[in-house]
Design a protein around this ligand. Structure first.
Ligand SMILES: [Zn+2]
Length: 71
């Protein structure tokens, strides 16, 4: 099951701080609590650095937590 938690508009204009490359959405497995979740996150095309806006991460993690509690 694939959940898209990041909108491309959220990181439009972002560049990797290290190599100044563009970012692209890639599937990344995030570990949280006792599970891991495949999510799409902006990743540097060159060095593979994953970017998670802090506010977004907190919001999305709360959503994941809610989803887990609903089960
Ligand atoms: Zn980079």
């Amino acid at each position: 099951m694939m959940a898209q938690y990041v909108d491309e508009n959220d990181f439009q204009g972002w560049h990797c701080a290290k190599c100044d490359s563009d970012l692209e959405l890639k599937e990344v497995v995030v570990s949280y609590m006792e599970g891991s979740f495949p999510v799409e996150l902006p990743v540097c095309k060159v060095c593979g650095q994953v970017f998670i806006p802090e506010s977004l991460a907190i919001r999305k993690m709360n959503e994941i937590e809610r989803e887990m509690e609903d089960k």
